[in-house]
Design a protein around this ligand. Sequence first.
Ligand SMILES: [Zn+2]
Length: 223
Amino acid sequence: MKDERIDELGENHIATSAFTPLRKDAFVLSNEEKIEKIQNNIRQIMETLGLDLTDDSLKGTPKRVAKAYVNEIFGGLNPDKMPSTSTFDNNYKYNEMLVEKNIVVYSTCEHHFLPIIGRAHIGYISNGKVIGLSKMNRIVEYFSKRPQVQERLTMQIVQAMQQALGTEDVACVIDAKHLCVNSRGIKDIESSTVTSEFGGKFKDNDVRREFLNYIKMETAFSR
Ligand SMILES: [Zn+2]
């Protein structure tokens, strides 16, 4: 791919697929081996920048970054970390929409490796199964811990919920700040990006409006 095309894709945050592009050999190395390799690479980057890694403050940085990449920030690349999405029967026959909103999103822009920070709002209409509320947070967290494009993150959350619940009737809206836009490039600290994915009944205007109204609700929880 030509350099200009790479820049264009990156600056416009265009994803090439709904699937995270992973190599076939993504899990040949163990986490320990990956940490070892990445810390050497980070050390090289830092040295190339001219930093003195004998300084006490910088000495541990390559290892810290490598551990954070493998275990935390990009831990969601590993399918073994996919949270269990066990569901329960909807015994109380609640047939209305359930919305969990303001779920914290900490992800990483795959074009610049800078943070994406925001909130996800998920809604679903049960067709017989219900999912634990904290499971929804865990699904968001799992897919956030990858190099991401916000559109793909939104779609992956909806698809995981649809699979777990056995229904198309799932929606997700994410409102997030991209530090690659806020702190560099165009340096717009105010802007945020909204993405949405509406499945099944949520494609209906009334259902969609109901969902959007709920996520706009501001309840004063403290007096
Ligand atoms: Zn970016």
